[in-house]
Design a protein around this ligand. Structure first.
Ligand code: PAF
Length: 299
């Protein structure tokens, strides 16, 4: 298939390389103006490496894409979608994959005719520099439609699954998105504030705060129609903390590099939903405030 990957950060590069290894033709759409880009791809097992050269920013390749995969951060999604719409065929399925929630309505407005799908992934990757990416952790990816046209594209879960298993189709993608949001609400701000690896949050000092965050997320999820036991969210969070103990979270890295974080799409989305349902989320609000403070004080 001809696949355009929009955004070549850690997750975009991970998927671009994994899909290229399956024989798909990858084209990158990114802010850098270069027309080709080399990627050194390193799999989970150290000797498993590959090098690819991808075409970039070619409008004819974009318009001939069989799939577009958007992997930019939540706050860049709208701009990314606007940048492709002049050349995008209305029949091309567009998959949006990012941490957090809250971009869907705008994407659906910008792409009223395209099949639109969202994916949430627990795969982890690290970008050492502009030209290399390392797969640092494996976890499930879920794919689901957010409009009627998207519902015809179940087969795309198979395409993603062949590249980086496991990937499953989900009839209601909001459910796995909420479950991942809970994990991100717990891990991302705390690792960014303490500038620590994910594994550090397994220390007993963090138990009360992680529990409070998950309890608030469970209450908002229940109000949104996804009743979930908060113990289950704590357990899910602890599993991710252990499985990714040696990794730095995306928000830790954003703060370390003084980049804008995804706090508004993660904790901010939760707070907004809580407000809508008239629920209090003091533990999450405190974390949101601390990250906002850190962002405002970048040098
Ligand atoms: O944002 C991240 O880094 C990841 O989604 C997660 C699950 C927190 C693991 O680091």
């Amino acid at each position: 298939m001809n696949i355009t990957v929009v955004g070549a950060g850690a997750i975009g590069s991970l998927w671009a390389g994994a899909l290229a290894r399956q024989g798909h033709t990858i084209h990158l759409w990114r802010r850098q103006t270069a027309s080709v880009s080399t990627l050194h791809w390193q799999g989970l097992d150290a000797p498993d490496t590959d090098t690819f050269t991808f075409h970039c920013n070619q409008v004819d390749l974009l318009s001939r894409s069989d799939i577009v995969l958007i992997t930019v951060k939540a706050f860049q999604v709208s701009e990314a979608v606007r940048s492709i719409t002049p050349w995008l065929c209305t029949s091309t399925p567009v998959i949006v994959m990012h941490n957090g929630m809250g971009t869907e309505n705008e994407v659906l407005q910008l792409l009223p005719d395209n099949p639109v799908l969202y994916a949430t992934t627990s795969q982890a990757a690290l970008r050492a520099d502009n030209h290399s990416v390392r797969h640092t952790g494996s976890g499930p990816t879920y794919l689901g439609a957010v409009n009627t046209a998207g519902e015809l594209w179940h087969a795309l879960a198979g395409v993603l699954n062949t590249a980086l298993a496991p990937c499953q189709w989900h009839e209601d993608i909001h459910y796995p998105q909420w479950q991942k949001l809970a994990v991100n609400c717990a891990i991302n701000p705390l690792t960014a504030i303490h500038q620590c690896r994910n594994g550090y949050l397994a220390e007993p000092d963090f138990t009360a705060e992680l529990t409070a965050v998950c309890r608030e997320v469970a209450a908002v999820m229940a109000a949104a129609g996804y009743p979930t036991r908060s113990e289950e969210l704590v357990q899910r969070t602890m599993t991710v903390i252990r499985a990714t103990a040696a990794n730095y979270s995306s928000m830790q890295q954003d703060v370390a590099n003084q980049r804008p974080t995804e706090i508004d799409a993660i904790t901010g989305f939760l707070i907004e939903q809580a407000h809508h349902f008239q629920l209090a989320t003091p533990a999450n609000f405190a974390l949101w405030q601390q990250i906002k403070h850190l962002e405002q004080n970048y040098g």
